[in-house]
Ligand binder design. Structure first.
Ligand SMILES: [Mg+2]
Length: 418
């Protein structure tokens, strides 16, 4: 018996013994279009790719900052590598490089093991994942309620068949707030994103509510509506707005008090808001690291969390946060609008393996359009009836068409694929 067991086990043992330890030999970053892409190169001909939000065109030196810290490491020991760099990240945008590296490590680990990344996240519990549309929308023709109705009508009719739509209102939407003077008690501010804040006038509050009513009239109960609404609200305005829209059964209202580039979670204020309304309260896209979700989760300060895998520290970090949120009755709807097509792949593998508090992730799309011509591995069409089928190729399962992609590189990044 012992003899036959040994004989059966021998080939596998030999395989294990014959595989040399894989090592990281280079860490590169190219800005492709406006999108930072990280490539981790190994000594065994396998590379892993990760991406950061489109628009973070300044990311290259931040990625290279971590290079010397992880050269020579085994990229399949993802956590061991991350322990070297995770403490050197911070709230958005300073967690982006760490996050992109983490995703590239999982891509390598999946390829080495010959399995899709969702297997490394614990295995899939769903064969297709729900997305929400937070950014694919036609241009607004104005800022009156009928213009909001027109835009969501077209979003409702989109071929992707989105089941959930998110729209920007209030301080998250400068066009709405600047369409007429006197909607809040401060001067309009420009420069950094979403820098307006203050107490609303009655006129301003009513205009925002009217835009939401117009959208709900179009969407009815056929397509869910979430709002990205801040940051910048004062507490009582936030409560009054939420109470006014309670009969509309919104999916959530996002980042009213703090969010986006606010470098703190603000759990106590969110808890105050959450306790005063039945509207689901959502935050988290700017937050880095599981530790910074501790208060929000343990104080049950919000109803929905929305970290972005490309800012929070990666997909392993997201899995941990989602599981902990689930233990506390909190839902998960990851942010992702600018995460690009490699980011889309990371979202799909992650979402396949998230627990049942997962609602949907925000659909990232190729920007500009030629991004769809430089990668292979995505389904065609990508979205069917508001869902994406989970694919089974090893790693993230999205690879570059190198010749086509090379043609899009800037001179500075010429050697990226070599
Ligand atoms: Mg948002």
């Amino acid at each position: 018996m012992l003899g036959s067991l040994s004989a059966a086990a021998l080939p596998a043992q030999q395989r294990r013994a014959s595989r040399p330890k894989i090592k990281i030999t280079d860490v590169r970053c190219a800005i492709i279009g406006q999108s930072p892409v990280v490539r981790i190169v190994t000594d065994q001909g396998i590379s892993g790719y990760g991406q950061a939000e489109t628009r973070k065109v300044y990311l290259r030196p931040m990625v290279l900052f971590y290079k010397d810290l992880i050269l020579g490491e085994d990229p399949t020991d993802v956590e061991r590598v991350m322990m070297k760099i995770r403490r050197l990240g911070a709230f958005k945008p300073w967690g982006a490089a760490v996050s992109a590296i983490e995703i590239a490590l999982w891509d390598i680990a999946g390829q080495v093991a010959g399995v899709p990344v969702y297997k490394l996240m614990g295995g899939k519990i769903r064969d297709r994942v729900r997305i929400y549309n937070g950014g694919l929308r036609p241009a607004f023709k104005g800022q009156e309620p009928q213009h909001y109705a027109e835009v969501v009508q077209q979003m409702k009719e989109a071929p992707e068949g989105f089941t959930l739509i998110k729209m920007a209102v209030a301080f998250h939407n400068p066009a709405q707030m600047n369409a007429m003077p006197g909607q809040w008690y401060d001067e309009p501010r420009t420069g950094t994103p979403h820098s307006n804040k203050g107490m609303l006038t009655e006129k301003g509050l009513k205009r925002i509510i009217a835009s939401v009513e117009a959208m709900k009239k179009v969407l009815g109960d056929e397509v869910g509506l979430a709002l990205d609404a801040g940051p910048g609200w004062m507490m009582k305005d936030a409560v009054n707005f939420c109470k006014a829209v309670e009969p509309m059964h919104l999916a959530w209202v996002e980042d009213m008090l703090t969010g986006d580039y606010s470098p703190y979670p603000n759990a106590d204020l969110y808890r105050d808001l959450k306790m005063q309304t039945t509207v689901p309260i959502h935050t988290g896209e700017q937050i880095y690291n599981r530790q910074n979700f501790k208060d929000l989760i343990e104080k049950q300060a919000v109803d929905v969390l929305g970290p972005d895998p490309e800012d929070v520290g990666g997909i392993g970090e997201m899995k941990w946060i989602t599981e902990y949120a689930d233990l506390h009755g909190i839902l998960m709807a990851p942010h992702g609008i600018f995460d690009g097509l490699i980011g889309l792949a990371a979202h799909v593998h992650l979402a396949a393996a998230l627990p049942q508090n997962f609602i949907a992730f925000e659909y990232p799309y190729g920007q500009p359009d030629w991004w769809y011509d430089i990668v292979d591995g995505l389904p065609n069409p990508i979205v069917k009836k508001g869902f994406i089928d989970v694919w089974d190729s090893p790693g993230l399962g999205v690879t570059f068409r190198v010749n086509a992609a090379k043609a899009r590189l800037s001179p500075e990044d010429r050697g990226f694929f070599d």
